[in-house]
Design a protein. Structure first.
Length: 463
């Protein structure tokens, strides 16, 4: 009988090492005594020896230095037992020959499912063992497993229909699409130069055809530069001249996720003119300012549209606050759910899949954290009619104003001066009736969309 065992090196009681059995098929109490260990003082006081105890605990032997060490695979949904008994689950282990870090990949195939995993997310604090329990002799042999793979399952699609499609194009067209979506900058530049320098036989017949071919190539190159695909911002329309169509709301959050915030949206509507209720919601400066000043001035229908989006933004800011607080340590999904209980489960799952790396124990990664901030910036632009003051959102993101401005510029905004709230001016000791309008820095989205040439980079401090 194979038993998966988890060994925690820090769990010691006296001179006894404790093994905790997980998913065992037998209910046994396994306690391994170290070599040369004597009976405990309590056992001696009772007049009993460790060697003479009439116990049913099995004898445990730890096998060290074995030539072949097993690996463990954890499936989210266990494969059917019939597949394992019939040997219809093909399992293959791959290793990257050029990396010394031992980057491995485990792939398991069945007739309907594909299971994949890598050992990229390993926890050095835990060790795993495979135990072989022999019932007649009541003994257990432990062999340390080298790796634990947490498998992710994917349902195989009907690939037979793909060959029947006529819109796949030629091999060169398929290669161009793949390079534009997944290729490196060097590969994209090589492909671009090849397309520009291509001259067909028909274009050589006369100058008009050559001129037309050059114009078409230049137009295609211009469209390619404008519509370069970026994955760190919501899906966008770079060719439109209407600023409302650049980032459609459906590309930021779909209707199914937005419906999950209906109850929270109603709380926002109830707190528009109730300062105590608004304070009880625990929002930051940006949401408090918008709900108390701008939301009441909208029409009832506009308020109904904006309230769920404000609740979604509140969830995004809470998720960002959690990732900032745990930027230097690993955490699990259970930790996120415990820290953010008010966010609906489906919405929280979409945040985890979009802004965190996959794996059981997750760590904040800089590109994905920048993507989360860009998502928040685009959401505020939609709420604020594409012009945002930096002051309130900067305090919520806990970043410097220049850093937040770089994020807004990376999604296509430009710096502007926003008119603030009017304030009375004083002349000497006497207050005048004239009002001065404060000017505050802001960011405005303009059409057509134009991204900055350089991305967001950290400036090195010179010492």
């Amino acid at each position: 009988t194979f038993i998966r065992v988890e060994f925690r090196s820090h769990q010691f009681y006296g001179r006894t090492t404790i093994f905790r059995f997980i998913h065992t098929t037998h209910s046994i109490d396994c306690r391994m005594e170290k070599k040369g260990s004597a009976a405990t003082p309590k056992a001696k006081a009772n007049g009993s020896d460790a060697d003479k105890r009439p116990t049913k605990r099995p004898r445990v032997e730890l096998l060290a230095g074995t030539a072949a060490k097993p690996i463990l695979a954890h499936f989210p949904t266990p494969p059917p037992a019939a597949l394992l008994d019939a040997g219809q689950l093909d399992v293959t282990l791959y290793r990257h020959v050029k990396k010394r870090s031992g980057a491995d990949a485990l792939v398991a195939n069945s007739d309907k499912m594909v299971y994949t995993s890598t050992n990229q997310y390993r926890d050095a604090t835990d060790k795993y063992f495979v135990a072989l329990y022999h019932k007649p002799t009541n003994s257990v042999q432990l062999v340390e497993a080298t790796q634990l793979f947490r498998m992710e399952q994917t349902l195989k699609g009907a690939r037979s229909n793909i060959a029947d499609r006529e819109d796949l194009g030629t091999y060169a067209e398929q290669r161009r699409i793949l390079t534009e979506h997944f290729g490196s900058n060097k590969a994209k530049k090589t492909l671009h130069n090849r397309i520009v320098n291509t001259v067909t036989l028909d274009a050589i017949d006369n100058q008009d055809q050559i001129k037309k071919a050059m114009e078409d190539t230049m137009a295609e190159d211009a469209l390619h530069q404008i519509a370069t695909i970026r994955t760190d911002v919501p899906a966008y329309n770079a060719l439109t001249t209407n600023v409302k169509e650049i980032y459609p709301r459906e590309n930021v959050v779909d209707d199914q996720i937005l419906e999950l915030f209906t109850s929270e949206a109603q709380k926002i509507l109830d707190s528009m003119r109730d300062k105590a209720a608004l304070t009880a919601l625990g929002y930051g400066n940006y949401l408090n300012q918008y709900i108390s000043t701008k939301l009441p001035s909208l029409s009832p229908s506009a308020q109904q549209r904006k309230a769920p989006l404000l609740a979604y933004l509140a969830a995004l800011l809470a998720f960002h606050s959690f990732t900032e607080n745990h930027s230097r340590q690993a955490f699990t999904r259970r930790d996120i759910e415990h820290a953010l209980p008010t966010i609906p489960q489906r919405a929280l799952q979409s945040f985890i899949e979009r802004f965190l790396p996959s794996g059981f124990r997750m760590r904040v990664q800089k590109p994905l954290q920048d993507k989360l901030v860009n998502w928040i910036c685009v959401t505020t632009l939609i709420i604020d009619m594409f012009i945002v003051k930096l002051q309130n959102i900067t305090s919520d993101l806990r970043k410097e104003p220049a850093r937040v401005a770089q994020h807004y510029q990376s999604v296509g905004c430009k710096r502007v001066v926003v008119r603030g709230a009017p304030s009375l001016s004083n002349t000497g000791n006497q207050e005048t009736e004239t009002q001065e309008v404060a000017k505050e820095p802001g960011m405005q989205l303009t059409a057509p969309l134009k991204f900055p040439e350089a991305g967001i980079r950290n400036k090195r401090k010179r010492t």
